[in-house]
Design a binder for this molecule. Structure first.
Ligand SMILES: O=C(O)CCC(=O)C(=O)O
Ligand SMILES: [Fe+2]
Length: 319
């Protein structure tokens, strides 16, 4: 799956006609394709202003895995990093907003929204922290055909405490069971963050389903969990139209037609079914037209592999 430099530079804007899948496994090892990833400056001029509180966020960042990364216009980058960091103040339980559930009518398909999952200050911390890790072209461990994902990305293992607080805020609003499987007590800590600069987009696809990931006991490596597997995509918007974003909506499809258009707002989260099954929701991230860069976190909501009917609950364990 190689792409000539001429095609790589032309960046055609037409939406992909075929249904593409974001596979939840490592891309095929295909070697270095000679396209060097452009790594952005730490704070691009159009990034939202971050409040002073950001400077108080103690961050000790380290690489916990290196995987083959897929480049937006085709080709691969070997050794694309997955990061971890200690950021104790990322989410503040004392400052938790009142999270609310909102319906998204999408025919037979399951999709819903939550408002005020995180505060503006917390969203700014996510942006600041991930900008300090560095957004890049290559996405580690996911496979996208050329021209489908046109944005910058950083993948990281978020702190356990932050993910536990996020889960606590949403738990009562998430489906307790899905297709006979019980909601797992924690979210995967592996977050794919995306930054869309003007002109960037994510063409039509369905998301892959994933095992959960956290850190090894000594904190130096990424560890895969057993007993749990994702069933829902959560897209957490870290900024939005109130920051001047024009375009960049997430469009959900039902029976091949656009069924719902979700405008990014800070602290809003969109949920929908994913994986290789008929319930999976086809969707796209619309082209960012103007304004400031859009930031979104792709998070996996986990359900136990054991069925509810079995009457047993197995907590996730590290492999
Ligand atoms: O940014 C968006 O609106 C869509 C992102 C997306 O589809 C994904 O992360 O899988
Ligand atoms: Fe997606």
């Amino acid at each position: 799956m190689s792409t000539s430099p001429a095609l790589a530079n032309s960046r055609p804007r037409t939406a992909a006609l075929s249904i593409c899948r974001l596979i939840g496994s490592d891309p095929k090892q295909n070697g270095w394709m000679g396209i060097s990833p452009s790594i952005r400056p730490i704070f691009p001029p159009h990034a939202p202003k971050v409040p002073d509180i950001m400077t108080q966020l103690a961050v000790d960042s380290r690489v916990v895995a290196r995987l083959t990364g897929t480049l937006p216009e085709g080709g691969f980058e070997e050794g694309t990093p997955i990061w971890a960091c200690d950021a104790p103040g990322l989410l503040d339980p004392a400052d938790a907003p009142e999270t609310r559930l909102d319906a998204v009518p999408l025919g037979e398909k399951l999709a819903f929204l939550m408002e005020d999952v995180i505060t503006r200050a917390e969203a700014a911390r996510f942006i600041d922290l991930t900008e300090s890790l560095g957004y890049r072209d290559a996405a580690p461990g996911i496979q996208t055909p050329p021209g489908m994902r046109r944005n910058k990305t950083v993948h990281w293992i978020a702190p356990e405490a932050a993910m536990a607080e996020l889960h606590r805020r949403m738990k009562s609003l998430l489906p307790a069971t899905l297709e006979g499987r019980a909601l797992s007590p924690r979210l995967s800590q592996r977050i794919n963050m995306y930054r869309y600069d003007i002109g960037d987009e994510f063409n039509l696809h369905t998301d892959g389903d994933w095992p959960g990931f956290g850190l090894s006991t000594d904190g130096t490596g990424m560890a895969q969990w057993r007993g749990t597997h994702s069933m829902l995509t959560m897209l957490l918007y870290l900024n939005g139209s109130e920051d001047g974003i024009i375009g960049g909506e997430t469009v959900l499809y039902d029976k091949g037609e656009a069924g719902a258009t979700i405008t990014p707002h800070t602290g809003r989260a969109l949920f929908f079914r994913h994986g290789q099954n008929r319930a999976s929701v086809l969707h796209a991230g619309a082209r960012l037209g103007a304004g400031t860069s859009k930031y979104v976190a792709r998070i996996n909501v986990m359900y136990d592999l054991q069925s509810v009917a079995a009457g047993q609950f197995e907590a996730p364990r590290c492999l």
